[in-house]
Design a binder for this molecule. Structure first.
Ligand SMILES: Cc1cc2nc3c(=O)[nH]c(=O)nc-3n(C[C@H](O)[C@H](O)[C@H](O)COP(=O)(O)O)c2cc1C
Length: 322
């Protein structure tokens, strides 16, 4: 029987820090208490302009929570998760405990090996179509986490990318937008967060796909235009309800989808501008049925993307109080 020791839990926390987060803000902290890992949101790392309510912060922490679960599963344990266990402590997002020993299935193992291979890919993808059986697996990943992934058909894809462009324009007019982008865009000497120049990717020369304005304020000569795939595969991740519990669910679903996609050799780009402008988010949602768009994801095939930096595990671990 595998043992739960602090070293194993630290390795799982280290894996969790490889999760995606808005502008690589890494808004999480962890505390190991005996055999339990507590996952905390770090509100000091919230992006005030883009994310006034902390929705994307919670999605990012949810992605780290899913990654922690996947790493614990791969270490030979089925994790028990208690979300928001203490109403008096809203930043304590979850308690996770390796509960029952069980060999990981080959799928669980493959999912865990995708953790370090998954990177946001902002380069043009090939024009190859994402096959229906692959789309089904991504949909299943969302359902597994209590969310829904809808891959846009031809007509709605055109609408979603144009909504994305409209959202990007609106954000450019929001006070503090560029200053905040600048704070999270490299070069950031000595920092192990934010977006490095190598990860920004080119502009879409035809200005169709709403790539984020990384690098605008840095006047990066390296950020040139390139032609992107003419018919991007675009999917929308939704949840029923729009409170922190569902944001957390959306983050876990997002990371399960991204890891399954990575396992299937797909390239992925989370695109969140359309859900950062409330009136545009409403169009992608169905308020009548309380179904809310949480994220747009671009999927396809492309050359592998490189890793971005992470803060060391010692920096995200809260020291034991006793
Ligand atoms: C909530 C959330 C929103 C994101 N929004 C965008 C986005 O609009 N555009 C983009 O290019 N990447 C977006 N990303 C990807 C992050 O920038 C990326 O995860 C982070 O820089 C770390 O890089 P990595 O994913 O390669 O590890 C988002 C990620 C999350 C979790």
């Amino acid at each position: 029987m595998p043992t739960v020791d602090r070293g194993m839990l630290i390795r799982c926390v280290e894996a969790a820090t490889l999760a995606p987060s808005l502008h690589n803000s890494q808004p999480w902290r962890f505390r190991i208490d005996g055999e339990t890992v507590e996952v905390y949101a770090d509100p000091a790392r919230r992006l005030e302009v883009l994310d006034p309510h902390g929705r994307e912060l919670t999605i990012s922490v949810g992605a780290a929570l899913f990654t922690l679960r996947a790493a614990i599963r791969d270490a030979g344990w089925i994790p028990a998760v208690e979300a928001y266990p203490d109403p008096d402590e809203p930043d304590l997002v979850a308690r996770v405990r390796p509960e029952q020993p069980a060999e990981p299935s080959p799928e669980a193992h493959e999912l865990a090996t995708a953790i370090s291979r998954r990177h946001t890919n902002r380069r043009p993808f090939s024009s190859a179509v994402v096959p229906a059986d692959v789309v089904d697996k991504l949909r299943d990943a969302a359902v597994h986490e209590g969310a829904r992934l809808t891959v846009a058909d031809r007509a709605s894809r055109t609408v979603i990318v144009s909504l994305g462009r409209a959202a990007a324009d609106r954000l450019r007019g929001r006070g503090g937008y560029f200053a905040e982008l600048n704070r999270w865009t490299r070069p950031l000497p000595g920092r192990l967060d934010g977006i490095p120049a190598h990860a920004m990717g080119p502009w879409d020369a035809l200005e169709r796909i709403p790539m984020r304005d990384f690098g605008v304020v840095m006047s990066q000569p390296s950020r040139h235009g390139e032609e992107f795939e003419p018919y991007p595969t675009i999917a929308v991740l939704t949840t029923v309800g729009d409170a922190p519990a569902q944001w957390l669910q959306a983050g876990q679903a997002l990371q399960r989808i991204l890891l399954v996609a990575t396992r299937l050799n797909l390239a992925t780009t989370p695109i969140s501008q359309p859900v950062e402008i409330p009136s545009i988010r409403d169009v992608l949602s169905d308020p009548r049925t309380d179904r809310w768009a949480q994220m747009v994801i671009r999927l396809g095939y492309g050359a592998p993307a490189a890793a971005t930096p992470r803060r060391p595990v010692a920096e995200v671990l809260i020291a034991q109080s006793s």
